[in-house]
Design a protein around this ligand. Structure first.
Ligand code: B12
Length: 156
């Protein structure tokens, strides 16, 4: 990341705040919406106009430099979302209980997956089964399986 920022904004100072820090030090979904990267939907998932909700938000980088005005593509996702009702899947997941953390999320993860699946935008960018299992359950076996599959594919 240091090399990428140095190339994009040479000679500037910058600071990065990461999404994995707990308790959270940045409202990263709001930052994504303000930056025009993605629309923050009523399901509390950010929806990218191309990739839909199939994105992870990893860090916010603040650079001490004049910026260009953000060109927002997020509005396009919002318009397409308004046309369909995917609030029902979110309401059903909430009704079954909001997980207090990773362990509880892992126990009922298919319900939360249904929320993402109900989003009409970016369907062809859905994660594959192994990646889904890792993202929702943090099961290291799923990660090992994904690495083995990627290595095998690279060797072919
Ligand atoms: C805590 C947390 C959760 C909690 C939320 C509980 C809660 N009441 O806030 C639980 C365990 C339920 C959860 C679940 C999931 N999460 Co989560 N989670 C976070 C985390 C670590 C912190 C959120 C936070 O406190 N932000 C700070 C506050 C001040 O921000 P805020 O804008 O005011 O509040 C936002 C969130 O708190 C959330 N939120 C607020 N109230 C509620 C209530 C419910 C029921 C849910 C689900 C979310 C939610 O939405 C708000 C914006 O609309 C973020 C990473 C981060 N640093 O932001 C990831 C994050 C928001 N989660 C993410 C994801 C993907 C998920 C899951 C799909 C599981 C997964 N890891 O794959 C599920 C289901 C989410 C869904 N909407 O369908 C992604 C979202 C990516 C995106 N496309 O938007 C993030 C950004 C992580 C990442 N690195 O990408 N999560």
């Amino acid at each position: 990341m240091t090399a990428a920022i140095a190339a994009a904004a040479p000679g500037t100072t910058w600071v990065a705040r990461y999404a994995h820090t707990l308790p959270p030090t940045v409202a990263i979904q709001r930052a994504a919406a303000i930056a025009g990267l993605a629309h923050l939907s009523p399901s509390h998932l950010c929806v990218h106009p191309t990739y839909g909700p199939w994105i992870g938000l990893r860090a916010v980088v603040v650079v001490d430099a004049d910026g260009a005005r953000a060109r927002s593509a997020a509005g396009a996702a919002a318009v397409r979302l308004r046309a369909r009702g995917w609030r029902d899947a979110f309401a059903a997941a909430v009704a079954a209980g909001v997980p207090a953390g990773t362990a509880e999320l892992a126990a009922g993860w298919r319900r939360w997956l249904a929320v993402r699946d109900a989003c009409p935008v970016g369907r062809r960018h859905r994660y594959d089964e192994v990646q889904l299992r890792y993202h929702y359950t943090k099961d290291p076996a799923a990660l090992a399986e994904a690495i083995a599959a990627a290595t095998a594919a690279a060797d072919r």
